[in-house]
Design a protein around this ligand. Structure first.
Ligand code: AMP
Ligand code: ZN
Length: 462
């Protein structure tokens, strides 16, 4: 299996630390609001990676954190904590919104067939681990205290910038106007912040009451659950220059060696070729898609059509096209379920090996999906093909097994029509003509025509 390692900027053969096992850490959501479709694209990428590792027979241990403290509005230690800002805007406590949006996130990932990672630790439940991590960095001389916190001294870590390949001047140019004059270097970052009295989220520490920086949580929690060395670390591309650079600096300084061997990053989703942002009103959620009649799995299908290292542009027309294609794909797969043709073994083998070559080539899911489409379109209908598609769907996660064709939906639909007709009859008996007409119109919208006959009401499809 080959994967692209951001650290080396190369596709590399994946070699786990321990044969047959993979330890993986993924940066998780900051739970101050609903996840938007861009966030969810990144979690679909992580899910495809996990499913591909399992498909290849690896025993996987995966961890994804929940950020419920410390992620400031700007990645450069500035502005308010996103949780506190979100809580104030929603007139709740940070703990209330964390609980609410964590539950919403779990529902979203379930509807997208994203498997839950094995361990989902919350930052606020790991404050002691973070404090001892910071203490060790101070003891080792990698951190210093200022009047408002404990900062990491990047001049002590020669490898700083190796992931983003930015030199320090570029890092500084990218950073916001410097406000903290006590920092030794503008790119030094907060490990721990001292809290003013009115700060809602604060904990006791050797430096008085305070709260952790955002980056320290991932270093501390990955170490706690995966140990000093693990295989793969994932996140979105926006994490490369600050969050992951800082995580590397923290972990390597403390451990004396790298923690993660492979760093993988998912590219961004754009909307109408631009950035997603609240001010543009284009940070759509899964519920927004559902409200417009789109199936969450049609969104997953859309994501699978772009390689995870390419930008994906979301438009409503594109979403519509994806839903149509997704439904055709399922219908095509179902035609094979009842098929009785036998497909030669070598044809089956070549489909499967093309699929495996694609997914093992740095998760080339668009190519793998192309193979599946060739199978769907195969002229002979065959259960063999259906079974192969089910196997592939352990990675695609498109719900082929649960798909129903129109005929299977029919008995349910018929029962619904009968129920509405009976309701209309009841309304007429009660001389509620308005309701009776409403029900007739509703049935009309469903394509059902009613005929009053001496034997009662009959119906037919138009
Ligand atoms: P957050 O909840 O802000 O910490 O972000 C959660 C995840 O979504 C992170 O891995 C980000 O890298 C990722 N992310 C944020 N915006 C986008 C986007 N437009 N497209 C894809 N991923 C994104
Ligand atoms: Zn992280």
């Amino acid at each position: 299996m080959k994967i692209y390692n951001t650290l080396t900027r190369q596709k590399e053969e994946f070699v786990p630390l321990e044969p047959g096992k993979v330890k993986m850490y993924s940066c998780g959501p900051t739970v101050y609001n609903y996840a938007h479709i861009g966030n969810l694209r990144t979690y679909i990428f992580m899910d495809i990676l996990r499913k591909t590792l399992k498909y290849n027979g690896y025993e996987l241990q995966s961890v994804m954190n929940i950020t419920d403290v410390g992620h400031l509005v700007s990645d450069e230690d500035e502005g308010e904590d996103k949780m506190i800002k979100g809580a104030r805007e929603q007139k709740k406590t940070p703990w209330e919104i964390a609980e609410f949006f964590t539950a919403a996130f779990m529902r979203d990932i379930e509807t997208l067939n994203i498997e839950k990672p094995d361990i989902i630790p919350k930052a606020t439940e790991h404050i002691p681990e973070m404090i001892s991590f910071v203490l060790e960095l101070v003891e080792k001389g990698f951190a210093y205290e200022t009047s408002d916190g404990i900062y990491y001294d990047i001049s002590k870590f020669p490898g700083y910038g190796k992931l983003s390949r930015l030199n320090l001047e570029e890092q500084i140019a990218g950073a916001r106007v410097e406000v903290n004059e006590e920092k030794r270097h503008p790119a030094d970052f907060a490990l721990w912040k001292k809290a003013p009295k009115e700060h809602i989220m604060q904990w006791e520490s050797p430096w008085g009451m305070g709260y952790p920086g955002w980056h320290i949580e991932c270093s501390a929690m990955s170490r706690k659950y995966l140990g000093d060395r693990f295989d793969i670390h994932t996140g979105g591309v926006d994490h490369i220059p600050v969050h992951h650079e800082n995580e590397i600096a923290q972990s390597e300084a403390l451990l004396g060696h790298p923690a993660a061997n492979y760093w993988m990053h998912g590219e961004f989703m754009m909307v109408d070729n631009g950035k997603m942002s609240k001010s543009l009103g284009n940070t759509y959620t899964i519920d927004d898609l559902k409200a417009k009649g789109f199936k969450p799995l049609a969104f997953r299908y859309m994501c699978l059509n772009a390689h995870y290292r390419n930008k994906l542009n979301f438009t409503w027309d594109g979403m519509q096209a994806a839903q149509v294609a997704y439904e055709r794909f399922l219908e095509g797969a179902l035609q094979h379920r009842e098929g009785s043709s036998a497909i030669p073994k070598d044809v089956q083998d070549s489909f499967l090996s093309d699929f495996e070559d694609a997914i093992n080539d740095d998760l080339n899911v668009p190519r793998a999906l192309g193979v599946a489409w060739n199978m769907v379109r195969y002229p002979e209908k065959s259960k063999d093909i259906y079974d192969l598609l089910l196997k592939m769907d352990t990675i695609f996660g498109l719900g082929i097994k649960d798909a129903k064709n129109g005929e299977e939906d029919q008995p349910q639909l018929d029962a619904e029509i009968e129920r509405l007709i009976e309701e209309r009859q009841q309304a007429r008996r009660e001389k509620n003509w308005k309701l009776a007409d409403e029900i007739r119109d509703k049935l009309k919208d469903m394509g059902i025509e009613l005929m009053d006959t001496p034997q009662g009401v009959k119906w037919k499809k138009r």
